[in-house]
Write a protein that binds this ligand. Structure first.
Ligand code: SAH
Ligand code: SF4
Ligand code: F3S
Length: 470
């Protein structure tokens, strides 16, 4: 592979990320894999030589977006070709895994389809594309002649990735667990990401230390079921997430630690206790419940009922009294009646969420839920979603308003919406806007919260540090 294009300019890659935090981590790691091949990051698809769509398959809408984007990229490729230059299109992530060959058939302009467990092999895939090109195939390539790698390889990608580069504004993601064995009946993740896998403790701690040394004040450890973590410890014993969290909390210089996404079934005693004992662990937990109806939770194969969820919430709040919760909800799962939906609304009222995501059930090919006959009509889903979001919206606003008048540490990360404003996050992951200097990006400073709104807060920087920084 050459480090520069034939016109002497550096090669550029544009990576577009869809879906969850796992994909955000993977996109950064793909950039790390491509960097040694000479690829710098581009800001947009039309400034790139290689475009990677890191895709999400979770709902139908997410998957279909990929094909419309691929149509636009095909047009860009045609323009480039007319100028005698090359343009490589890759589809990575969960749609790549789920649809594989079908992508090459539906959009022949695609050169590479690579699954979420195989992207460490990107250099080899690019080499294959280059070889096909050199053989004269690429200009008038037959449809479906792109290269495909959607294996779940025997080796772990994590053992073949270079060290992570580039911390964004003091905050970094660290994948410690992948895949899922829980097979909720609505969900594609066990099929797109494969079986549950936990990275060894030593590799996780080494990466965590590297990220902190590179400037991360906040680490979020990731997994599809992050609290199912059961990595091999240095002494051969199996570590739980609680044990890992305690060890990461001891890394000097790390101010904030979060983990996501966790499953209620895997909230063990030690992890709950860690919320009261590890000061770096932020007082905010995303703990999806999906539904408040026992009948629906059972049909979803969630493996717990509403009482277990409520008990866990109570124990978490006993461990850390200022803990805020967020959740995911699905409305209109097959068979969901008005009474089932009311149970979900009642659970929301009982718990009180600081934030939440709610989705209309989307029928996903190959999942058990798709085969159920009592699908809920779309108009009913729409109405239920609106009612649910109204209640969750009220709770989010009330939570934000409840923090007004207090002074809290904020990790600033990016420009705000208005001139002179910057935006950062509180310990509860709320967005705070304040007048401030971009030199504060990547720093934690005290902010007095003035007013809370539906999705954010307005604040005023009060810390003495600010004068030093400005
Ligand atoms: N592992 C996480 C969730 C991963 S998927 C967990 O178990 O909580 C993220 C969210 O997408 C889920 O929590 C669920 O609310 C939603 N989701 C997944 N499949 C869906 C589907 N078929 N239709 C609608 N929403 C779905
Ligand atoms: Fe999907 Fe359920 Fe696994 Fe979460 S626990 S990733 S919702 S199958
Ligand atoms: Fe989507 Fe795959 Fe994440 S399906 S939600 S990108 S694990």
């Amino acid at each position: 592979m050459k480090d520069v294009r034939t016109d002497g300019q550096p090669k550029r890659v544009f990576i577009r990320t869809y879906g969850c935090q796992m994909n955000v981590y993977d996109s950064d790691r793909m950039a790390d894999v491509l960097r040694p091949l000479g690829y710098a990051l581009a800001e947009a698809a039309d400034q790139a030589d290689l475009v990677v769509l890191n895709t999400c398959h979770i709902r139908e809408h997410a998957s279909e977006k990929v094909y419309s984007e691929l149509g636009r990229l095909r047009d860009l490729k045609t323009e480039r070709r007319a100028e005698g230059r090359d343009y490589t299109i890759a589809v990575a992530g969960c749609v790549a895994q789920a649809e594989g060959e079908e992508i090459l058939r539906r959009q022949p302009a695609v050169d590479i389809v690579v699954g979420p467990q195989a992207y460490h092999r990107f250099p080899e895939l690019l080499a294959q594309v280059a070889r096909k090109s050199a053989a004269g195939g690429s200009k008038n390539r037959m449809p479906g002649a792109g290269v495909l790698d959607t294996e779940f390889p025997p080796e772990s990608k994590f053992d073949h990735l270079p060290s992570p580069q580039g911390i964004r504004a003091g905050s970094a993601f660290l994948s410690i667990q992948e895949g899922c064995d829980k097979f909720c009946t609505f969900c594609v993740v066990p099929y797109t990401r494969g079986m549950e896998y936990s990275r060894p403790v030593a590799a996780v701690l080494a990466e965590a230390r590297q990220l902190v040394a590179a400037g991360a004040l906040e680490l979020t450890v990731l997994g599809q079921n992050v609290n199912a973590y059961h990595g091999e410890g240095p002494d051969g014993s199996t570590w739980s997430l609680a044990r890992l969290v305690r060890a990461i909390g001891e890394i000097p210089g790390l101010a904030r630690l979060r983990y996501t996404t966790s499953h209620p079934r895997d909230m063990d005693d030690d992890l709950i206790a860690a919320h009261g004992e590890v000061p770096q662990l932020m007082p905010y937990l995303h703990l999806p419940v999906q539904s408040g109806s026992n009948r629906i939770l059972d049909a979803m194969n969630r493996g717990h009922d509403r009482d277990l969820y409520l008990r866990i919430v109570e124990r978490l709040r006993n461990a850390r009294d200022n803990l805020a919760l967020s959740s995911d909800f699905i409305v209109g799962f097959p068979g969901e009646s008005d009474a089932d939906f009311d149970e979900t609304m009642r659970l929301i009222q009982q718990v009180g969420f600081a934030s939440a995501y709610a989705f209309r059930y989307s029928r996903r090919p190959g999942t058990p839920g798709a085969a159920l006959t009592d699908q809920v009509p779309e108009n009913v889903k729409v109405a239920r979603l609106a009612a649910l979001q109204a209640l969750l919206g009220q709770q989010a606003r009330a939570f934000n308003e409840s923090k007004a008048g207090t002074t809290v540490p904020v990790l600033f990360a990016e420009p705000g919406r208005k001139a002179g404003q910057i935006m950062g996050k509180t310990p509860w992951l709320q967005s705070v806007y304040a007048q401030g200097d971009p030199r504060l990006f990547g720093r934690i400073v005290d902010v007095r919260l003035i007013e809370g709104y539906a999705n954010s807060l307005l604040g005023e920087i009060v810390t003495g540090d600010y004068e030093v920084a400005a």
